[in-house]
Design a protein around this ligand. Structure first.
Ligand code: HAX
Length: 434
C-alpha cells in the first residue's frame, strides 16, 4: 500500500470508530433548528452533512483542514515561483496533515502513472460536434471512463462494506490523474483544430496540464498551480459538492457521482459564472467602445444590467458575507506577476463600483466579489481566451475536494442521503396550528 493510502486507512478507521460511538451516545442531541425561510429558500445553512476536507466561514472564507488560503500558500510544497502544488492540498484534505515535498513528489508520480486515457474517451469526444459546450464534453469524457470503475466491478463481485473506501480511493486517484488529460483534449479539439499536445511526465500535475493546454510559460504554470488549489473545495453544501455527495451516497461509483456534480457546476449561478463574468466584461467593453472604461461608465453598465432583470456575475454568495479570499488570492497573483493589463485593471474598477450598487438594492445579502470575478481576466492574459472553457478548469480542480470527501464518506460508512420535503399545505397547516 502506498504511503498516502496507508496513512488514510489508519486515520479513517480511528474516526469511523469515534463517530460510531458519538452517534450512539449523542444521536438524539439537538444541534440546530430550522426556520421556514430555510425550507422555502434553498436550504440555506441547514446542517445535514459530514464533510471533513474544508469548512467555510461567512466572513473569513474557506479553510482547508483549518488552514486559510494564505497559510496554504506558505505551508504547502510549491512550484519554483512559490505557488502551492494542488497535490499537496489533496494530501492535506485526505489526511489532515501538511505533506513534505517528497510526499508530494511521490503523489505526482503516482498520478502520472495512472494518467493514460482509454481510447474510448477520445472516440466519445470526437463523436461530438466541436462546438458542443466544453462542460457537456467534460461530463461525457468522464462517463466514457466509467466502465473502468473498480468500485462498480468490485461491488458487482460482492465486496464487503469495509472495502468501499479502498475501491473508491482507487477510482478517485485514477480519475484525478486522468482529468487534466481529458480537459486538455477537449480544449485542443474545440479551439485548436485537434492539434493535441502529449503529456510531459516530468512535470507536476498542474504544470503538465498547462503544458497540454499549450502554454509552457513559467508564470502560467504558477497560475495553474494556484488556480487548481484554490478552486478545489468549498465545504460540502455548494451545489456541485452536494451533488457528488448525494449521488455517491447511493453507492454510485466516483465516475457517476463526479460527473453528476459537474452538471451542477455547469449552472450559471454556480461554476459557469466564471464564463459569464468575462462574457459580461467583453460585452461591456464593446458596448462602451473602450478597453479602459471609467468607474462612472462601469456604473452605468451595471445599472443597465440590473434594470434588464439580470444578476451581476461574479458578485454575491449564498454563504460568504465578505470579499472571497479566493478573489483576493487571484488579485495578489495579478499584482505580483502581471503589469499593465487593461482587462485586469477593469476587474479591479468593477470591484470598486459594484458592491455599493448591489448594497443599495437592499436585498442582496453579499455585495462582494466571489471566486469567479477574477479568474477569467487572468486566463485571458495567458492566452486562454475561450471563456466557454473556463468551467472545465474549475471542474478539474473541484475533483480534488469532492473526491477526497467521497473517500471519507465511504470510509465513515455514510448512509443513503434522504432529507425531508414538505408541501405548501403542510406549511400552512403548521402555521394554523401554531
Ligand atoms: N446581482 C444582482 N442581484 C443579485 C446578485 C447579483 N450578483 N446576487 C444576489 N442578487 C439578488 C438575488 O437574485 C435575489 O433577488 P430576488 O429576491 O429578486 O430573487 C436577492 O439578491 C437575494 O439573493 P441573496 O440571498 O443575496 O443570494 P442567494 O444566496 O439567493 O444567491 C448567488 C447567491 C451566488 C446565486 C447570487 O449572489 C448570484 O446570482 N450571483 C451572481 C452569479 C454568481 O456569481 N454565481 C457564482 C457564485 C459563486 C460560485 O458558486 N462559484 O462557483
Amino acid at each position: 500500500m502506498e504511503s498516502l493510502k496507508k496513512k488514510f486507512a489508519a486515520k479513517a478507521l480511528a474516526l469511523y470508530t469515534e463517530m460510531r460511538a458519538i452517534n450512539k451516545e449523542h444521536g438524539e442531541r439537538k444541534m440546530d433548528e430550522v426556520v421556514l425561510r430555510q425550507i422555502t429558500g434553498g436550504a440555506r445553512g441547514i446542517k445535514m452533512m459530514l464533510w471533513e476536507t474544508s469548512q467555510l466561514d461567512a466572513n473569513e472564507g474557506i479553510r482547508f483542514r483549518g488552514y486559510s488560503i494564505p497559510e496554504i500558500k506558505k505551508l504547502l510544497p510549491s512550484g519554483p515561483q512559490g505557488e502551492p502544488k494542488p497535490e499537496g492540498l489533496f494530501w492535506l484534505m485526505l489526511t489532515g496533515e501538511i505533506p513534505t515535498a517528497e510526499e508530494v513528489n511521490d503523489l505526482t508520480k503516482d498520478w502520472q502513472s495512472r494518467s493514460d486515457l482509454p481510447q474510448q474517451v477520445m472516440t466519445s469526444l470526437d463523436a461530438l460536434p466541436d462546438d458542443a459546450h466544453p462542460m457537456t464534453q467534460f461530463t461525457i469524457g468522464i462517463m466514457a471512463m466509467q466502465s473502468d470503475s473498480i468500485f462498480s466491478r468490485r461491488y458487482a463481485e460482492g465486496m464487503s462494506k469495509t472495502d468501499y473506501w479502498d475501491a473508491c480511493y482507487e477510482d478517485s486517484m485514477n480519475l484525478i490523474a486522468r482529468l487534466p488529460r481529458v480537459a486538455a483534449y477537449i480544449y485542443r479539439r474545440s479551439f485548436h483544430g485537434g492539434d493535441h499536445i502529449p503529456a510531459d511526465k516530468s512535470l507536476d500535475w498542474a504544470a503538465n496540464f498547462a503544458h497540454m493546454l499549450g502554454n509552457d510559460d513559467e508564470d502560467f504554470r504558477s497560475l495553474m498551480r494556484l488556480y487548481l488549489t484554490i478552486h478545489a473545495d468549498h465545504e460540502g453544501g455548494n451545489a456541485s459538492a452536494h451533488t457528488v455527495n448525494l449521488v455517491g451516497s447511493t453507492l454510485s461509483d466516483p465516475y457517476l457521482s463526479f460527473s453528476a456534480g459537474m452538471n451542477a457546476l455547469a449552472g450559471p449561478l454556480h461554476g459557469l459564472a466564471n464564463q459569464e463574468v468575462i462574457k459580461w466584461i467583453f460585452e461591456m467593453i464593446e458596448n462602451l467602445g473602450t478597453k479602459t472604461p471609467t468607474k462612472e461608465q462601469i456604473a452605468t453598465y451595471v445599472q443597465e444590467t440590473l434594470d434588464a432583470g439580470k444578476v451581476i456575475p461574479g458578485y454575491g454568495h449564498a454563504v460568504l458575507r465578505e470579499p472571497d479570499p479566493r478573489f483576493t488570492a487571484q488579485r495578489r497573483f495579478a499584482e505580483e506577476y502581471i503589469k499593465g493589463s487593461d482587462l485586469i485593471e477593469t476587474v479591479w474598477k468593477i470591484f470598486d463600483t459594484v458592491p455599493p450598487m448591489l448594497q443599495a438594492l437592499g436585498k442582496v445579502k453579499n455585495p462582494w466579489p466571489n471566486v469567479d470575478a477574477h479568474s477569467g481576466a487572468l486566463l485571458v492574459h495567458y492566452g486562454i481566451k475561450e471563456y466557454s472553457y473556463y468551467t472545465v478548469l474549475f471542474g478539474v480542480s473541484r475533483a480534488l475536494g469532492v473526491l477526497a470527501a467521497g473517500i471519507w464518506s465511504r470510509a465513515l460508512g455514510m448512509p443513503l442521503e434522504r432529507p425531508k420535503s414538505v408541501t405548501s399545505d403542510w406549511i400552512k397547516a403548521q402555521l394554523k396550528d401554531a
